[in-house]
Write a protein that binds this ligand. Structure first.
Ligand SMILES: [Zn+2]
Length: 158
């Protein structure tokens, strides 16, 4: 059934919102899961951390120091893999090893095994912050909301 759909086109994505649209498409194809209502921020996280999802919120914070650009395919691939990982957390998966395994599955099924997104899914960085860590670095975070992150399908307007 999926073989009729073209592969996810990351090369043409220009913004975080473009990449996230592809993340949702890829997770839907591989795992048949979907949710809406997420917000993305850029923030200055510690260098070993790719992103952070405070449990129970609808927020994802990407590390501006590592993922502050979406120009090259390598950068897009890293953002893609990190967003798949955090998106799976927002879908309720809390076991870190399971989330990494599913991130690899989503990336390899949608791009093929030699794509840089698969490499990014294998290498991380996957260090998770605790809520306490996050609170302690809050003064330096310099959070910036990414506008137009989530495009809601037409017909969903409230
Ligand atoms: Zn994680």
């Amino acid at each position: 059934m999926f073989s009729l759909t073209p592969p996810v086109e990351l090369d043409h994505a220009k913004s975080y919102g473009d990449i996230f649209t592809l993340v949702k498409k890829a997770v839907k194809r591989s795992l048949e899961l979907h949710r809406v209502g997420l917000m993305l921020y850029l923030g200055n996280l510690p260098i070993r951390v790719g992103a952070f999802h405070p449990m129970g919120t609808n927020e994802i914070v990407l590390n501006r120091r590592l993922l502050g650009s979406t120009k090259s395919l390598k950068e897009k691939s890293q953002v893609f893999a990190i967003l798949v990982h955090e998106y799976l957390h927002t879908l309720g998966f809390s076991d870190e090893r399971q989330v990494r395994r599913l991130t690899y599955k989503v990336c390899s099924e949608n791009f093929g095994k030699s794509h840089p997104a698969v490499e990014a899914a294998l290498t991380g960085p996957w260090t998770d912050l605790t809520e306490e860590d996050f609170e302690s670095i809050e003064p330096e975070l310099n959070l910036e909301l990414v506008r137009d992150f989530e495009r809601i399908d037409s017909g969903y307007i409230i």
